[in-house]
Design a protein around this ligand. Sequence first.
Ligand code: MRU
Length: 352
Amino acid sequence: MTKNFSIPQSVQWKDDHILLLDQQKLPLETVYVELRNIKDVWDAIITLKVRGAPAIGLTAAFGLAMAANSYEELDLTSFHDRLNKDREYLASSRPTAVNLAWALDRLVNKVKNAISVNEAKTTLTHEAIQIQAEDEEVCRQIGINALSLFNDNDKILTICNAGSIATARYGTALAPFYLAKDLGKRLQVFASETRPVLQGARLTTWELMQADVDVTLITDNMAAHTISTKGINAIIVGADRITANGDTANKIGTYNLAILAKAFDIPFYVAAPLSTFDPSLSSGQLIPIEERDAREITHIFGQQIAPAGVKVFNPAFDVTPNELITAIITEKGVLQGNYTEEIKQLFAEKTV
Ligand code: MRU
């Protein structure tokens, strides 16, 4: 990595608590909060102190391990009962990103055959640490695979924050920009502000600037004009859940960009780890879409901007149909073409 610049990290495990970069306070304040019990973790996820599919998953994993470590004087059966209840509680914090359930299930399954409560507690912590370490390597690999699709001097548009602070490190959609810096490839990023809660304006610009990546901020409604006048070469986004046919849920506004990419005949890429795939769902219509508090729309930083009592619709995600996606970039390679077949193949290989 280039000296004097750094790639920020949002989740740190500190043996008995989580030290979390409070993403709600960025970019004006860089504040770290300590999560010391399961309720702290649930609150941090629902209030978006931590957000982004892989980061939610690994925070919940540490949260479950931390909760289990606090159980006292339980036999193995009661331990599993309590663990399953806590798993359900954490999984209920946000519904769309499948990484949350994936990480929690990975922990619960890992200790199914534990022979003692102490062994189970140790194993849970190790597994959460392992998920974080794997996610960093997976994101690096996604970055390498994504970079092969870009040319020197390309201008690339993104939405929301699918960056380092949304994962263990590097990010998914933003990973190629960090690796490009290392390799001396020049890429220019255009970040869409991402209303209602401005992950693009507050987070993507902040983290790319920490690492000296060339980034320009636009509002969401400037996308078509920017593609046309700045010569955007490609769009790259992250994902919260990808179904068996390649349909992809991501931050609200992603679908708009996919339609624009088609209209302008530029590639539309989704970058995501295998932990974001949900092959149990046949299509994107089955993905639960989180609807959030109306205040996210009617207020900006506590300031009311819409008439009191106005009716509000606030879906946090939309689903981009597979036919609008040029390629899905994973740690195992780039999927292009018949997603149903390729995804089936990918998960068949995984279970061999
Ligand atoms: O509501 P958020 O901020 O959690 O939404 C996040 C996104 O939509 C990201 O693009 C997605 O989780 C991928 S993060 C690598």
